[in-house]
Each structure stands twice: as C-alpha cells, then as structure tokens.
Design a protein around this ligand. Structure first.
Ligand code: SF4
Length: 203
C-alpha cells in the first residue's frame, strides 16, 4: 500500500472506518493518534488497550499515567508531542499484534511519521522498536541507545505498561527518557548543518 497524503487529516480520511484487517470487526474505536502535526517528538507504542479502545486516545489508564510522569520528569507534557501506535485497533483481549495485522496497518503509521517528520521517534516496547529498526533484537538490549533507520533518529525504550510493576524497567524508562531533550536539540542541529551544507553546495 503506497500512501502519499497531503496532511494528517487527509490520511485520517483515507483510513476511514477501516476493516482492512479483522481488528476492524472487534474494535470499539479506531485510535488514530494525537498531537501536533509538526511535533519534534513522536512516541510509538504497540496497540490500543481496553481503555484506549473505549476512549479513542492512545495511552490512557495506568500506562498513560506513567507516561505522563515520564514526560513530566523531563519538563514536557503530552500535548507537546505526537503519540501513535503500531496498530490503530485493539487486538481482542490485548493479545500481541499478529504479523498480518502489522503488515496491513503500519503503512498508516509510516505515513504519519513521514508527514510529521519529527526530530526524534521514541519507540515504546518490542513491537514498535522491531518494526521501525527492522531488527529482531529484544528491547532489553536496545533500550536507551539512539539508532538511525529509515531517515529517522530513534530512541527505543520499554513500553510503560511493562514497567508499571517492574522497578528496574521503570528506572530504565526514566533514564532513557532523560536523554530525550538533548537528542532533540542535537538532531535539530544536525538538520541545520545539513541544510547549510546543501546551501553551500548549491548556493
Ligand atoms: S488495525 Fe489498522 S488495518 Fe486493521 S482495521 Fe484497524 S486501522 Fe485497519
């Protein structure tokens, strides 16, 4: 599925009342993603859970509360960034996303990322990390390390839901998030230098 939309509204319209995979038959609400269309940071989780399916917003409930704490620890609030998931519809019983669901749904996420073009993508958990880094490495090995893939700077970390009752993952999440402000600044600096070099080459 090759997508090329003018903006996020057009993409949302194109997705419509999606039934391209079977999750369209079991979801309550399609969770498209929320945040500014020009956000510097995009967080990518796994899939809507029960609360998200009912509310239509990503990261509500206990995992959302921990996410708010993480953002607050670096002086940010969720309305300053964009939040999306690998899948836009809830897998029944919160089971793991299946390969054919990921394959069918993720062109929408990739188009969101292309349109927003953030300085930094933070992948939360194994599914978004493996998808965007095209790797099978587990998140335990990758978290906190900045990677570059598909033209994006990516910081993998744990999914907040996995850290609610796990003190060590929780500490790692806070350490990983502490890197975000500097990474956004350095990514913006790299973009400015690249633009200057292009200007020097072509000007
Ligand atoms: S998960 Fe994605 S592909 Fe499947 S029905 Fe929902 S929006 Fe469509």
């Amino acid at each position: 599925m090759g997508l090329k939309c003018a903006d996020l509204d057009e993409l949302r319209g194109l997705i419509g009342d999606c039934h391209r995979c079977a999750l369209g038959d079991t979801r309550t609400t399609l969770v498209f993603g929320v945040g500014p269309s020009n956000a510097d940071i995009v967080l990518v989780g796994e899939a809507p859970g029960r609360n998200e399916d009912l509310n239509g917003e990503p990261f509500v409930g206990a995992a959302g509360k921990l996410l708010d704490e993480l953002l607050s620890s670096i002086g940010m609030a969720r309305n300053g960034l964009y939040i999306a998931n690998v899948l836009k519809c809830r897998p029944p019983g919160n089971r793991n996303p299946q390969a054919h669901e990921i394959e069918t749904c993720t062109p929408f996420l990739r188009e969101q990322l292309r349109l927003i073009d953030p300085a930094l993508v933070v992948t939360l958990g194994n599914f978004s990390t493996r998808l965007l880094l095209a790797t099978n490495e587990p998140i335990t090995r990758l978290h906190g390390k900045v990677c570059h893939a598909g033209g994006m700077s990516i910081l993998p970390s744990y999914h907040p839901a996995a850290a609610i009752y796990d003190r060590s993952k929780r500490n790692d999440l806070f350490s990983d998030f502490a890197r975000i402000p500097d990474l956004v600044v350095s990514s913006a600096d790299e973009t400015v230098s690249a633009e200057r070099m292009n200007g020097a080459e072509h000007g």
